[in-house]
Write a new protein. Structure first.
Lengths: 121, 143
């Protein structure tokens, strides 16, 4: 895991969650912006996951390797699935569902960073 | 029939999203518990796995349309609600019987009581989204 990237992911996912919730509360569903923001977020996720995979191949081992790999897989899938699921809805409930996926990603990234902290320790 | 709302639309969009997150996290947790230290608390871990399966079934059923999916979702939510109430109560009365936490221990306190709230919301949503037809029939009988 790369700390600046982890931080960027946490900030991005956090802001995105809040904005999606805000859109749901005021009853908006700006689907075109969702496509752009989700794409940007997913690029960050993929870069971080690829780096983590390369570091794993390079010999770094977090304590709970199986759990770590599970979280990596979930991290990659969350935003695309959540976004597709949300885009199918034209009402305010689209962004509401998206907020769930973004918040879940936030938790997953924090857990990944947590698990990675055991590397070399 | 046509005015029955699919359970995945509107508020259901959010409900299915939360159910999906629960289905994945509960399955993963139960899987890790069973693989790593099943002998520590076999009953608790089997219960966790059972709950995980219910969440998966409820997620899929709510995300689909049609009367069968609706019925399956209803059963899954009902069993979930019964599970969280029975196991929740049992875990409070006999804490020794549950050496490790299940999703349903203490009414799902470890998960922000979401396990208690989800099946209730699921049942309410199933009723409301399928209610148009029932209401109309009710009025028809009155006339």
């Amino acid at each position: 895991m790369v700390e600046p990237l982890v931080l960027a992911l946490i900030v991005f996912a956090g802001i995105y969650t809040v904005m999606a919730l805000g859109a749901a509360v005021v009853g908006r569903n700006p689907r075109e912006y969702v496509v752009i923001a989700s794409t940007g977020l997913e690029i960050l996720v993929v870069v971080q996951v690829l780096i983590a995979v390369i570091m794993l191949i390079g010999g770094d081992r977090p304590d709970e390797l199986g759990t770590f790999i599970g979280y990596l897989v979930v991290a990659v899938l969350l935003v695309p699935i959540g976004t597709l699921w949300a885009l199918a809805e034209r009402s305010r409930w689209g962004p509401a569902a998206l907020a769930v996926a973004c918040f879940a990603l936030l938790v997953v990234v924090i857990r990944l960073d947590d698990l990675w902290s055991t590397v070399g320790g | 029939m046509a005015d029955r709302r699919p359970t995945y639309s509107g508020p259901g969009r959010l409900l299915v999203a939360v159910y999906a997150v629960f289905a994945v996290s509960a399955s993963a947790r139960a899987g890790v518990q069973i693989v790593n230290h099943f002998d520590d608390a076999p009953v608790a871990y089997l219960l966790s796995a059972f709950a995980a399966v219910l969440y998966i079934v409820a997620t899929v059923a709510l995300a689909r349309s049609g009367p069968t999916a609706r019925r399956v979702a209803f059963v899954a939510c009902t069993v979930e609600l019964a599970g969280v109430l029975v196991i929740g109560t049992a875990s409070v009365i006999w804490p020794d019987a549950f050496p490790d936490e299940t999703v349903w221990s203490a009414y799902g306190r470890g998960y922000g009581f979401v396990p208690l709230v989800l099946p209730v919301l699921g049942l309410v949503w199933l009723r409301r989204s399928g209610g148009a037809r029932q209401r109309r029939r009710g009025q028809g009988e009155r006339v």
